[in-house]
Design a binder for this molecule. Sequence first.
Ligand code: ADP
Length: 489
Amino acid sequence: MLDKKEDKSTQVIIASILLSAGIFIMDLMTPLGVADAIPYIAVILLSLWLPHRRHTYIAGIIVSLLTILGFFLSPSGERLSIVIANRILSLFGIWSAVIFVSKYKYSLDVINRTKESLRREKETAQKYLDVAATMFVLTSRDQTVGLINRKGCEILGYSEDEIIGKNWFDSFIPKNQSGQFKKSFNELMRGEIRPVELFENNIMTKNGEKRVISWHNSLIRDDGGEIIATLSSGIDITERKKAEDALRQANKDLKKYAEELKRSNSELEQFAYVASHDLQEPLRMVASFTQLLSRRYKDILDDNAKEFISFAVDGANRMQRLINDLLSYSRIQTKERAFNETDCEEILGQVRANLHESIEKNGAMITNDPLPAVFVDQTQMLQLFQNLIDNAIKFSGKGPPRVHLSAENKGGEWLFTVRDNGIGIDPQFNKRIFMIFQRLHSREEYPGTGIGLAICKRIVERHGGEIWVESEHEKGSTFYFTIPVKGEK
Ligand code: ADP
């Protein structure tokens, strides 16, 4: 580039020297008076192609000297006054040209410098825009892109050159929306509508993907106050939108499932309640009539028949117990009462009273650390404590049952423990024992239907807590359950 410039300068200097020499020789050959020196102006004009103003001045001085030299060396001709006038005229022409060329070069210089500083300013502005984490787009009045930063190119997937000068709406907005946006943009440019500062829309990337951008717009006006472009900064919110949509959908699904669950739960409860309630009556009939049968016909019936009847009575009684258990299980939700501040030590006192007989009979010892007051359904809390203590006495080993209760505040919830020295539970059954009618022993070994822990689980869960057991076979069991401290859950 530089070489080319220097080349051109040398050519211009050579041309100037040749031209000056030519004019000088012509001047020497023609008699004085003829305005031979005037063509020197051409040499000055030639210096327009030389980069510096000083070249023009040097050329001006040289041709001025040649003009004066020509005055002395040319053959004499016209009158001296005309000759002198001619030479002065030439010098005047030469220096007018020098001034003109120098001025022209000066203004060219100023323009170039201004252009250069504008270019540098634009470059700096572009650099600032490029480090921004948001995309910037300048859309000119004619809808073409005048400027885009690096982030914008990144999101759109095009290089800057592929974007600049393109119609923003035709090239980067989905086809079905571009018409409407174009219309609004034109109205905005004409000042017919007020700008919307914040809005969201889709853009099309190079690989045909749609991305959602949240835009912040500002108008660019010229010195006369006329709108000439919009400068928009945009954040790609596609992922956020997707996450929001997924969350909304998940919430919707969850709500639907919760409603379905609630409905099926209440249907199930209704069914269990009605079934157990309505079954009781025919069952009572079966039990009482078989008993009647055995009493009234005891002289006629042989031993086998009596035994069969006792099996039937026993079966009917067991069924009645199961139905009653089912009924109380289903009532945990249906017959729920309000929660109250309840002192657990008082509850324990009631349990001790209720289980008095069994405690005495088994020589059981029930001890406790200080127990808190909790916000619960009082009747259900009594049922929970009683079931656990009853089990601890029932499933005691050989020695007298020892049961110890304690509670610890774990921040948001109370952790209760009921520890015994009984037969323990094989850890593989830790979950199973909380299921309805699941037992690990026969009725002959230990009486019961297997509803107790299922009821405990339901009560704890209704209060927003959890229940579990830790135990080793033959080494006693510890039942844990949590109850949220009031207002924490
Ligand atoms: P049930 O007491 O009527 O059998 P539960 O639901 O209360 O029914 O208990 C289920 C089973 O869990 C019991 O059959 C027993 O095998 C086991 N179990 C419950 N509590 C204890 C305990 N404290 N120690 C050992 N085993 C227990």
